[in-house]
Design a protein around this ligand. Structure first.
Ligand code: NAD
Ligand code: ZN
Length: 365
């Protein structure tokens, strides 16, 4: 009964007949060879960061037939820049990597975004595999084909849409992930429930994040990947607005994240998004889009998961200003993604400035 469960989620790549799969479960890295035909590649490289425990790299050794080149970079958002991309390009070139090469990205969203971008551009694009090792990258960053780096002081300003040949989610890697990072990733899981599926929201908030058993966690991750993949498939390149559903909590959340980054106690992405979701749910409440019970349920669920629902040390004016400069706003207007219940959202909503500032002020402690 307690056999580890594996989930395979097929993802279709729009504009082509190509599909790839997301493999989820405990020990999936060990089964890499079942998913990837290494024979097809002239050379293989692994990109990872210094925080990823050696034993996971060891698992790759066992699972890859070919000899491979290892590139180890410094951990953290600071590394997600053009200089590191150049290092990857340069290393591949110096080692004779051609167009038939494969890049394996083992790490969190930083490794996935940067490695995905380096692969998408090297020799006009080589194949890459995402092996996300943070909860956030498992349920969010490694799905949807957005790759890129920070440039000119603007987050993710240079990048490309590129799909991996496979995403391998090995839940064993979460054992070494710091609790704060784990909880932060749960924020996106809860978001997926709020924007798309009430039953999923109830399951994901039934107990504190670290209390889910392996099989329950694999199932939660799989369902989150399904939700995100379905939304992405409906609007891969952000053209129709459907993908905007994923932005819930992110308009205010991103501004908070960016401003906190300049302080002595920055917030993790998921933490800032949790506060953003509370504020944006309150905008929805004030506009009559969302009922009081559901707004309260959202706040209680985030708080019970160990996520912050308020933030200290910020000025509401700075948050407003930061939001207006966000690249997601078309023609200077903020397009809100607001919940109209748990499990559904409206996108492209407009709101009065006073409603927005009241909501923001309500989450400032
Ligand atoms: N492409 C997208 O659609 C998308 C979506 C969301 C976020 N992102 C990007 O993802 C990045 C954030 O991702 P993240 O939260 O995974 O950050 P991250 O990659 O910086 O990882 C967080 C920290 O955990 C460490 N770590 C990773 N896996 C570990 C493990 N198994 N055990 C111990 N330590 C481990 C990392 O070294 C790092 O210090 C941001 O750059 C963000 O822009 C991209
Ligand atoms: Zn996010």
């Amino acid at each position: 009964m307690n056999q580890p469960q594996h989930h395979t989620i097929p993802v279709s790549v729009s504009g082509s007949d190509r599909t790839y799969s997301i493999e989820i479960g405990a020990g999936t890295i060990g089964r890499l060879r079942d998913v990837i035909d290494f024979e097809r590649y002239s050379s293989v490289a692994l990109l990872t960061d210094e925080n990823i425990p050696e034993r996971f790299v060891g698992l790759i050794d066992g699972a890859v037939d070919n000899e491979y080149l290892e590139m180890l970079i410094k951990p953290g958002e600071i590394t997600k820049d053009m200089e590191t991309v150049e290092y990857v390009w340069q290393t591949l070139l110096e080692n004779g990597f051609d167009r038939k090469s494969l890049l394996i990205n083992l790490g969190g969203g930083v490794i996935g975004d940067l490695g995905g971008f380096a692969a998408a551009t090297y020799m006009r694009g080589i194949d890459f595999v995402q092996i996300p090792t943070t909860l956030l990258s498992m349920v969010d960053a490694s799905i949807g084909g957005k790759t890129g780096v920070n440039f000119g002081g603007v987050k993710n300003s240079i990048g490309a849409f590129a799909q991996p040949i496979a995403v391998i989610v090995d839940t064993d890697t979460l054992d070494s992930l710091p609790d704060r990072e784990f909880t932060s990733g749960f924020s996106e899981i809860i978001k997926h429930g709020i924007i798309a599926d009430r039953t999923y929201f109830d399951q994901a908030t039934a107990k504190p994040p670290r209390e889910f058993m392996d099989n329950e966690l694999s199932r939660l991750i799989a369902d989150s990947c399904r939700i995100k993949a379905a939304i992405v498939a409906s609007d891969e390149r952000e053209l129709t607005g459907r993908r905007e559903a994923l932005n819930f909590g992110h308009t205010i959340g991103h501004a908070i994240e960016a401003l906190k980054l300049e302080t002595k106690n920055p917030m993790l992405h998921g933490e800032a998004i949790a506060v953003g979701m509370v504020a944006e749910a309150r905008i929805a409440l004030a506009m009559g889009e969302l009922g009081k019970d559901d707004a309260t349920r959202i706040e209680n669920a985030l708080s019970a998961a160990g996520l912050p629902i308020t933030v200290t040390g910020l000025d509401p004016k700075d948050i407003m200003e930061k939001m207006r400069s966000d690249k997601k706003n078309t023609f200077g207007k903020i397009r809100w993604t607001l919940p109209t219940g748990i499990g559904q959202v409206v996108t492209g909503a407009e709101s009065e400035d006073v409603t927005i500032s009241e909501a923001i002020e309500s989450v400032l402690a």
